[in-house]
Design a binder for this molecule. Structure first.
Ligand code: PLI
Length: 465
């Protein structure tokens, strides 16, 4: 075609899909947003979605399904027992994640609940690479104490290390020596680490954690919610993996763990669903028994047949290299605009979200004045972009002392749903964040006026100081 002697042209990446159905969204007026914020007690979780323009609250259950997934929805077998879609899901989990046994649940926290009940005894200790809200609460409700063993870089928003989700092996070793392996039912390993800014764990680290755990007879349980995104980072950043597919990397990663909890609402591109996977027969037996008490029969676990089919197909789509490159490429596109404008964000840019560093936005506020909650509210007021607090409100209170946890990271998460928004939506978001940053000196903070007992960030209410 006459192009043989030319240099390869520069090509940007573009999404490996085109749009078939659209959902209208509406820009609101400033007065409307101010009214909505007051009605929501300055908590973005309490806003009505009809008042939101660009919804970056979460990537959980908010992704767009493909035509192949929607076609699968029509193939839902809604039999109470033995639905064919369960067997399709089981086969997909075995093929792509490599675990032997599957217990379906309504979503990730259903799996966390079952696992915690089965493995934890009162007085136990669960080490993990930073807490996650629902995961830690289920551990605590079963009588365990969570111990953070993430590397120190994970708590530093400016550290550029490539694997800030790694476990600090010395910290873990010291903890095992201190409390004894018998008190540690499992190590909770999340990949990627949500509260650290969507930061990955390296293959070398999971291997080392596995080896250390095995020496002491301790299980490693993966939170596989965003393990596909983690696998992509390994492919991009870790020596020896550049030539491997995300699919193969995912399976190798899981092979160093004994089971996992999964929120299918993230990586797996569905609106609802989750599962618990296990390699040990006895633990599986107990989980399969307990699931019928809390979730539903062991061949649906709280999901409709059609939801299991959509998830089985979503798993296949999720590990495609072109999908995951575009997914994380879009997050990087937004993050890079903010970096270029001098806005303080967690670096490196995470897998599912860009995290604004609210402490650096508002040095005039103490952590008790809820800088990240304030920033999320001001961003919504500015443009109708909805983000989420990931700081002191999310961290909650110590169940023993009743005092606030004071996390080092005081962040606002701009979470990107998969296959939903365009680069133009990212541009508008960046413009709004930059404007809020330019007005940062004016922020006065919030005070909490209502605090629920569990997972307070979902329903707490605030007033302007
Ligand atoms: O929301 P669930 O119950 O399907 O999954 C709970 C859950 C477990 N682990 C991790 C790492 C999560 O991110 C997670 C849920 N995350 C939400 C809802 C989020 O907005 O990040």
């Amino acid at each position: 075609m006459g192009q043989e002697n030319q240099r390869p042209p520069k090509r940007s990446w573009a999404e490996p899909w085109k749009v078939k159905v659209v959902e209208p969204i509406r820009m609101t007026s400033l007065a409307e947003r101010q009214r909505a914020l007051i009605a929501a007690g300055y908590n973005t979780f309490l806003l009505r979605s009809e008042h939101v323009y660009i919804d970056l609250l979460t990537d959980s259950g908010t992704s767009a399904m493909s035509d192949w997934q929607w076609a699968g929805m029509m193939m839902g077998d809604e039999a109470y027992a033995g639905s064919r879609n369960f067997y399709n899901l089981e086969a997909a989990v075995r093929e792509y994640y490599g675990y032997r046994h599957l217990v379906p649940t309504h979503q990730g926290r259903g799996a966390e609940h079952l696992l915690s009940r089965i493995l934890i005894k009162p007085g136990d200790v669960v080490p993990g690479n930073m807490y996650f809200t629902t995961t830690r609460l289920h551990q605590e409700l079963c009588g365990a104490t969570f111990e953070d063993v993430v590397v120190a870089e994970g708590h530093d928003p400016d550290d550029e290390s490539p694997f800030k989700g790694n476990v600090d092996l010395d910290k873990l070793d010291t903890l095992i020596a201190k409390v004894g392996a018998k008190k540690i039912p499992y190590i909770a390993l999340a990949a990627t680490v949500n509260m650290a800014g969507g930061q990955p764990v390296s293959m070398a680290n999971v291997k080392a954690v596995h080896a250390l755990a095995k020496r002491h007879g301790i299980r490693v349980i993966l939170d596989a919610t965003r393990a596909v995104e983690n696998a992509y980072f390994i492919q991009q950043r870790e020596a020896g993996y550049a030539g491997k597919s995300v699919r193969d990397i995912l399976k190798e990663f899981c092979s160093y763990t004994d089971g996992c909890t999964m929120s299918g609402k993230k990586d797996s591109l569905v609106n609802i669903g989750g599962w618990l996977a296990l390699n040990e027969d006895e633990v599986f037996e107990e989980a399969r028994n307990l699931v019928v008490v809390f979730e539903g029969l062991h061949t649906y676990g709280g999901m409709a047949g059609r939801d299991m089919e959509a998830m089985a197909r979503g798993i296949v789509e999720s590990v495609a290299d072109d999908h995951i490159r575009a997914r994380i490429g879009q997050v990087e596109y937004l993050g890079q605009q903010l970096i270029d404008a001098g806005v303080p964000i967690v670096r490196p840019i995470g897998g599912h979200a860009v995290y604004l560093n609210a402490r650096a936005f508002y040095p005039q506020l103490t952590q008790d004045q809820f800088p990240a909650q304030t920033l999320a509210a001001l961003l919504y007021e500015n443009s109708g972009v909805r983000a989420m607090e990931r700081g002191i409100v999310s961290a909650g209170r110590d169940p023993v002392t009743g005092k606030h946890h004071y996390p080092k990271l005081e962040l606002v998460r701009l979470t990107i749903p998969r296959r939903v928004y365009t680069q133009a939506h990212m541009d508008v978001t960046a413009e709004s964040v930059i404007e809020v940053f330019d007005n940062r000196a004016k922020a006065t903070g919030l005070k909490m006026t209502y605090e629920p007992k569990y997972l307070r960030f979902f329903q707490a209410r605030f007033e302007v100081i």
